[in-house]
Design a protein around this ligand. Sequence first.
Ligand SMILES: Nc1nc(=O)c2c([nH]1)NC[C@@H]1CN(c3ccc(C(=O)N[C@@H](CCC(=O)O)C(=O)O)cc3)C=[N+]21
Length: 296
Amino acid sequence: MATVIDGKAVAQTIRSEIADEVRLLSQKYGKVPGLAVVIVGNRKDSESYVKTKRKACADLGINSFDIDLPEEVSEAEVIRHVHELNANPDVHGILVQLPLPKHINEEKVLTEISLAKDVDGFHPLNIGKLAMKGRDPLFLPCTPKACLELLSRSGVSIKGKRAVVVGRSNIVGLPASLLLLKADATVTIVHSQTSQSDTESIIREADIVIAAAGQAKMIKGSWIKPGAAVIDVGTNSVDDPTRKSGYRLVGDVDFEEASKVAGWITPVPGGVGPMTVTMLLKNTLEGAKRNIEQNN
Ligand SMILES: Nc1nc(=O)c2c([nH]1)NC[C@@H]1CN(c3ccc(C(=O)N[C@@H](CCC(=O)O)C(=O)O)cc3)C=[N+]21
């Protein structure tokens, strides 16, 4: 049976380390880190993630700046807010919750975020640096960073291992594959246009699987190499009439099957999700430290 990686517990440990550092900064400089969270419209999932992020800030003594904009807001208006946050010395990190409404060009907005405040790591220049050998972005994207942190805290080495990333999104699959490559893995990406037989056979050879396809339980236990480390990024909501909410979250991996074969596996919920938020807080702390120490 696989070791189940308790993302919530690891996240809690790291959060208390962050809270200590926030207190030190405040004692030494009289300043605390600040994170601005911009949300446009009222998608239920986005509202729930943003609420989680703002609460996590409050728990750690990080200032959060809430920018809530209506669905119909213009792209220019969103960018105006970003510029205002870039100029605000109390804001050390800026996160624009994705996805944005169709009439707003995400790349245009993300490009306007000051590189020094890009705590999501989604600025095209940060992604470009992530892709280049010998270069490092100021911030690593939170979910990929969470995946690697869970591997390293579980004692799973990456160098020379075969890793597969399932999915190629800009916010998870692509940067996760780049980060694994930087960590010296041999990386393969499988995606929606990969044949079913290739998908299965490539996953079967992988020592490390990062599942970020957004398909409930698509990865079966029989596809997992015995002893592999399986990191499940999927957060798919499926109907569940036995719950008060009417739904529950499941990952991209069939946990029941895969946990009998894998060496390590992350659950959903309670795996990558809480660590993603923690990496956001950590990036905000790092940004604040760089900024405050530079100005003192
Ligand atoms: N600019 C931007 N940055 C993001 O980081 C970003 C984004 N946009 N858009 C959407 C995705 C999704 N995402 C999650 C964060 C936390 C959980 C999380 O905490 N999940 C809990 C469960 C939460 C629940 O029960 O609802 C868990 O897995 O245990 C999940 C997903 C961040 N994203």
